[in-house]
Design a protein around this ligand. Structure first.
Ligand code: ATP
Ligand code: SF4
Ligand code: MG
Length: 324
């Protein structure tokens, strides 16, 4: 495994009490593999990624347990200066909002070139040439001319390509993309996602793709981890999930996505809202919204049951869900 997150726990101390934003999350990704992380807003997808990248705001956040084993080392045990070396060079992150992640007063070419002068000790001239190469690689038309322009002079989709170029610059082994296309319109979303998938294949990186969009997942991901209230509720190869989800929450997510193969079937959103993380319901956290819930669900927290060698579900009634 390139990255293995084991039993990770992150808390936030808020005025309402302690929010367990990440409550024992385990997931892994191999070189050349894409793991999609899904779940509604507030389920802990980004906080988990921030803890992996070492960019969690501490405080208010606090890592209270677990391991983040990357290339054989537990990153949580590294000192900040060692951690910084891993960041960018070995793992990089792409965010939703390119405009606030890029420097507004530095030309795009200079920002990319800086990656090479600072981290690789290249001359300005060589670095600038590499920057233009990278812009070409992420298919920014007229890269040489546009390298002198500033972030605000690019469209949303082009800016996101620049973010991808920044992330790829040092050829990291792992990329974490946190909703990389959410702010874009639908056609541009598809193009950017395709580019990301293609570069991932070409470079053999591991990719963690955080997304709300189950539609894109089938095409680009190998595995899916579904999060609910700070926990993984289903973890499985992507095709298994599409064939038959083993958790009612995954089923709910699937049912709320338009699918070509299920034309005519009514779209159903999951009823209700995810819980406030300072007051997670006892037993199965999903029980107030679950159509299969019964008494045991309100008292006993389901472990991640082994559905198969490559699949887990945190539902007492996963068999029923699969057969349904
Ligand atoms: N800075 C913060 N202060 C307090 N609580 C926070 C903070 N950041 C995150 N949280 C808590 O962590 C939970 C998980 O947040 P996270 O950003 O990981 O959600 P997410 O799954 O990425 O959602 P989204 O899809 O909206 O991006 C939030 O519901 C909130 O309770
Ligand atoms: S454990 Fe019960 S409440 Fe939770 S998902 Fe399964 S059936 Fe629903
Ligand atoms: Mg998020």
């Amino acid at each position: 495994m390139l990255l293995e997150v084991r039993d990770l726990r992150v808390e936030f101390h808020t005025r309402d009490g302690v929010a367990k934003a990440v409550d024992g999350v385990s997931y892994g990704v191999d070189a050349g593999e894409t793991l999609a992380v899904l779940g509604e807003s507030g389920s802990g997808k980004s906080v988990t990624a921030q803890a992996v990248m070492g960019i969690l705001d501490v405080p208010p956040g606090r890592i209270t347990g677990g391991e983040v084993v990357f290339r054989g080392r537990d990153l949580l045990k590294l000192k900040e200066d060692e951690r910084r070396k891993v960041r960018g060079a070995e793992m990089a992150m792409i965010f939703q909002d390119a405009l606030s992640s890029l420097n507004p007063v530095l030309s795009v070419g200079d920002q990319l070139a800086e990656m090479f002068t600072v981290h690789r000790g290249m001359s300005r001239r060589d670095a600038r040439a590499r920057a233009v190469e990278l812009m070409d690689r992420v298919r920014i038309p007229a890269a040489r001319e546009r390298a002198g322009q500033y972030p605000h002079q690019f469209s949303g989709g082009m800016r996101q390509r620049i973010m991808i170029a920044m992330a790829l610059a040092l050829e990291p082994a792992l990329i974490i993309a946190d909703e990389p296309t959410t702010a874009l319109d639908v056609t541009v979303q598809a193009q950017v996602m395709e580019l990301l998938a293609e570069l991932r294949r070409e470079l053999g990186m591991g990719l963690i793709l955080i997304t709300h969009d189950l539609g894109v997942v089938a095409d680009v991901a190998d595995r899916i981890a579904v999060m609910y209230a700070g926990r993984i509720v289903e973890s499985a190869p992507v095709h298994d999930v599409y064939k038959a989800p083993a958790h009612p929450y995954t089923r709910g997510l699937l049912d709320s996505v338009p699918r070509l193969d299920l034309k005519g079937r009514e779209l159903r959103a999951i009823k209700g809202l995810p819980p406030n993380l300072t007051r997670v319901p006892p037993g199965c956290a999903f029980h107030p919204r679950c159509p299969l819930a019964r008494d045991v669900c309100r008292t006993d927290e389901p472990p991640l049951y082994e559905v198969s060698a490559t699949r887990g579900s945190a539902c007492h009634f996963w068999r029923e869900c699969l057969d349904d």
